[in-house]
Design a protein around this ligand. Structure first.
Ligand code: ADP
Length: 204
């Protein structure tokens, strides 16, 4: 589903060049659940952002099915993200003045083939929290709302950048389990950056 060949990314800050990716090759098949692990600063987020169409490579190629991401225009990248990719970040990025259901509906209202918001919340075990505001939810629950929001548009690809980074390890495991449930139920190809060691027993 995703193929990456010799991917390079160099950030330029004035005179200083930071090589974040130096020739990364990678592939992930449809429906797979893959974990990316490694020390801080090793380029994990940079890699995920390029695969998710949030950032551009300096060299090499990245493909999503028959689309060469590394040659798309900004507008095409925006459409790729909107139509095909779900994102989950470390800090949940929920809208505080909206309930869990309304946060998910922000996405289902603009998606092409969304699932009902309540179905997405049920998939992450939060049916009984749909009317709660983010401040009324624990960190792990807020992250599960963010996962529901990411999958409600039925994305082919689900990209998670340290989804457990702000959680204690037990709560983190619950979030990882919610991700595997979703991966199984929806079939979204899933890439997760995490430091939670439990991923070793969970991921493909
Ligand atoms: P990781 O996710 O593994 O912690 P990152 O992809 O965030 O690693 O960063 C890889 C390297 O690129 C680091 O040295 C980081 O400082 C640098 N970097 C990341 N983003 C930027 C940016 N926007 N501008 C300049 N340097 C960056």
């Amino acid at each position: 589903m995703i193929q990456v060949q010799d991917l390079c990314k160099t950030y330029r800050m004035g005179e200083i060049e930071v090589p974040a990716l130096r020739g990364v090759s990678f592939s992930i098949g449809s429906g797979e659940f893959v974990a990316i692990m490694g020390p801080s600063g090793s380029g994990k987020s940079t890699f995920l952002n390029i695969v998710g169409g949030l950032d551009r490579a300096s060299g090499g190629e990245a493909w999503f099915e028959e689309h060469q991401l590394t040659s798309l225009t900004e507008a095409q990248l925006t459409r790729y993200r909107r139509d095909h990719v779900g994102f989950v970040f470390q800090f949940y990025n929920l809208v505080p003045s909206l309930t869990a259901r309304e946060n998910v509906q922000l996405v289902t209202e603009i998606a092409r083939q969304p699932m009902p918001a309540d179905q997405a919340l049920a998939l992450v075990g939060l049916s009984d929290r749909a009317d709660h505001f983010p401040a009324q939810l624990s960190g792990g629950e807020q992250q599960r709302v963010a996962i529901a929001r990411a999958i409600a548009k039925n994305p082919e690809v689900l990209l998670c950048d340290e989804p457990t980074g702000a959680l204690d390890s037990t709560t983190g495991i619950k979030v990882l389990e919610a991700l595997t449930e979703v991966n199984r139920a929806v079939g979204a190809t899933t890439l997760v950056i995490t430091h939670n060691a439990a991923i070793r027993d969970i991921a493909d």
